[in-house]
Design a protein around this ligand. Sequence first.
Ligand SMILES: [Zn+2]
Ligand SMILES: [Zn+2]
Length: 434
Amino acid sequence: MTDDLLDSRFWRWTLAQKPNDFEETQSLRQDALALLVESVNIGEVSCLDGVNSPVSLAIKRHHKVDDFEMNSNWIGSSQDWFCPCCNRSKFQITRVGSKGQILAKSVVHHDHMGEALKRAFHEAFEAAGTDVEQNEGQRLVERIGGAFAAYEEVLVCEDCNNADTNAKKLVGSPAYFSFSVSQIARFIAPKIHQPHEVDEATAQKVWSEAMPAYELRMQLIRTVAHAAATDTHWYEPHARPSQAVPVLGIGRRAGDSTILKWVSYTDLIKALGPQEREVVKNLTRWRTVVQKPGRTPPVNFLAMLRSESTFAQHWDSVAQEWHCPICQRSKNQAVYVASKGAVSFYVRSIVGRSQWAGVTICNQCSGILTNFKWEVEAQSGSKLRDFYKLVSPAELMSIIDARAHSPHLIRQNDAEALYRSVLERVSLADEMPT
Ligand SMILES: [Zn+2]
Ligand SMILES: [Zn+2]
């Protein structure tokens, strides 16, 4: 979700709606649609596109044409979208097609290995002459088809997708082969408002480099397909006709849909189940428990960290010289080894208008703030929407002793004093007229 969506009139409207019943919801949905379309058209919301969005108006002016041939991928993606293959913006991709209309289309480019596996399965089935049905083999094939893909599905412009098709024809590669985005990028020379021309010699070179891996995958696929088609596969199905997970809401048992049509699942489980006992959680733990030091990360920690895309994103979101402004730990010191040996790194960027605005803190400092807030909320009985206003960075700093790669040590007496004073601030704020 983009920030401007959160700032739009549409979003504020959604927060204000509290429909009483189904009919009211239905009629509100029409208002929502009109409002969202307007938000896109006036440029308040950029995560969606349409024929009258600011970007589309600029495109129409440029081509001096009003008609669009625009597909749902184009509409459903941001106006700031760039094709990851040719690196062109939406404006740069558009051109006038043969019918005098502006072409505005993007396509999900994908690998066809799943289809190759299915085909190989059917061929192996036929060749082996297996005369017992292989329902489970079929299901096995469906489950693992995607595992043979050379790359994940990716949204590209239609020109890049066409370049893939044209290049495959030129080099005579097999039907189930597709070039990846980085491979396509090598044999095109993108120009704005023009389709790509394929450089045949480069395409040939790229294909010959890709061929060995393609053949290896096809060989694996044939082996798996043969096993799946000949009763020698390893996938153990659950005996029929009983279901593997015969549970209301998960399995497909007769009558369940009627039950769920009339009764809320959650209410039913609550009503039929044991009465919940109040669980008393010890919310003081964040400041009273002394946490063990963490492990020093291995020498190749960065490669391990980077293998997890979330951690890699967090790592790249701060500069190498970044220090957590609260605990003063360096970027490397804020790396830690989580359970099961995963090397982890998180930061939290704080937006808003308080003295925390624009501050990026490490996950340990962030975790302490969260636990601190929960304890104050439980004790005061108020939901604290802006906890940052109640405690300053300097105050948080004053209760922490930081250690590299480890949870912080908490100065327990100082933490308790700070906790009490924050509680007081909450009760004072509650007494103030709003
Ligand atoms: Zn492209
Ligand atoms: Zn920190």
